[in-house]
Design a protein around this ligand. Structure first.
Ligand SMILES: [Zn+2]
Length: 364
């Protein structure tokens, strides 16, 4: 996921503690195999959407998968890693370019000066052009957007004229306080894009440990990597698989199901997700795969009409899927609308029509 969703997500969900402070209750350290430890956020829909991390401790060094969004989170990850081992981190792998997976790179580089940062070549480009380039302008926009909520509080009504009750007022006040703490923290991120790029496969042999870093095809982004430990039968999925609601901004809906199929056939017993708890079976993966197939197929039908993208998107009704993913949970229903229906359908239609704008992130 990425910060574009930060403000949307913030008003959808009950508010956690300010992300500037990370408490031990916010995450668990989960041991998946000897020397393989996950840093797993407990609430995958928390106010600021953070990414999990994986620590792979080898004979002489450590390989880390993904580096977190907020500087305070990355510092906490490194503290936890140092509780586990004093071995140095020699490789960081970025599964894709979204800021909750790459923002902590610079903190790792400072903490472990010898570290090599590995990403798909498209991820390096997108990290530089889409995360680093527009960051300050995006944060300016987010900051300016907060004024609206100040006005709501002053007036006592929202934009539709609906009075703001006590519970909602408290949610808004808490949201404003944490957003105003988070924005300067995000402005201060010290970037460090990948200095080792791969296009399909890199294998790290670290003593007895084999670590396969694989690009399986277009999916969530044009540069997703998964990290597979064949002996331990563990695979870190990146955001090819996000629980409980998939995140589908700027993705490749046509090819993503096939990429998930390749992920599914890797001989692994544990899927380590970067959002959500580790999974022991393929049930959720297959559900996301079926959703994606349906989005691609129905968007193609809508694309074949003469309607505008906006009107055609209205023809693709995902309500049945929304209830399968979100049930009666209103917060998850809204997330499904924002992260799946509104994010995926118009772009899938543009992709089906081969409109250039939908291919600005085309693979090299
Ligand atoms: Zn993410």
């Amino acid at each position: 996921m990425k910060t574009a969703a930060l403000l949307i997500a913030a008003l959808l969900v009950p508010l956690a503690a300010s992300a500037g402070r990370v408490s031990n209750k916010d995450y668990d350290i989960v041991t998946l195999a000897e020397g393989v430890h996950g840093f797993v956020w407990r609430d995958p829909s928390a106010q600021v959407i953070e990414g999990n991390a994986l620590f792979i401790v080898n004979e002489r060094d450590v390989v880390v998968v993904d580096t977190g969004l907020m500087p305070a989170s990355t510092r906490r990850m490194i503290e936890e890693l140092r509780r586990i081992t004093d071995k140095p981190v020699s490789f960081v792998v970025n599964t894709h370019w979204h800021d909750d997976h790459v923002n902590g790179n610079g903190i790792y580089r400072d903490a472990y000066p010898g570290v090599a940062i590995v990403a798909h070549s498209n991820t390096r480009t997108d990290h530089i052009e889409q995360t680093i380039g527009p960051r300050q302008a995006n944060l300016d926009k987010n900051e300016a957007g907060l004024a609206k909520y100040d006005e709501w509080l002053a007036r006592g009504t929202d934009d539709s004229g609906k009075p703001i009750d006590e519970a909602r007022r408290k949610r808004i006040v808490d949201f404003l306080a944490s957003a105003r703490a988070d924005i300067p923290a995000l402005r201060s991120v010290k970037d460090s894009p990948a200095d080792v790029t791969i296009d399909s496969r890199l294998v790290l042999e670290r003593g007895a440990r084999t670590i396969e870093i694989l690009h399986l095809g277009l999916g969530n982004t044009r540069g997703d990597l998964v990290v597979f430990l064949p002996k331990e039968r563990i695979v870190a999925t990146g955001d090819l698989l996000v629980y409980p609601i998939p995140f589908m901004f700027g993705s490749y809906y046509d090819t993503w199901p096939e990429t998930l199929g390749k992920l599914s056939t890797l001989p692994a017993d544990t899927l380590f997700l970067m959002h959500g708890a580790p999974q022991k079976d393929r049930a959720y993966l297959e559900k996301v795969q079926a959703l994606l197939r349906d989005i691609a197929a129905r968007s193609k039908v809508a694309a074949a009409t003469s309607l505008s993208v906006e009107e055609a998107a209205k023809q693709v009704d995902l309500k049945d899927w929304q209830s399968r993913f979100a049930g009666e949970n209103v917060m998850r229903q809204r997330e499904f609308d924002a992260f799946v229906a509104q994010a995926a359908v118009p772009r899938a239609i543009r992709q089906a029509r081969k409109e250039e704008a939908a291919f600005t992130q085309q693979v090299r």
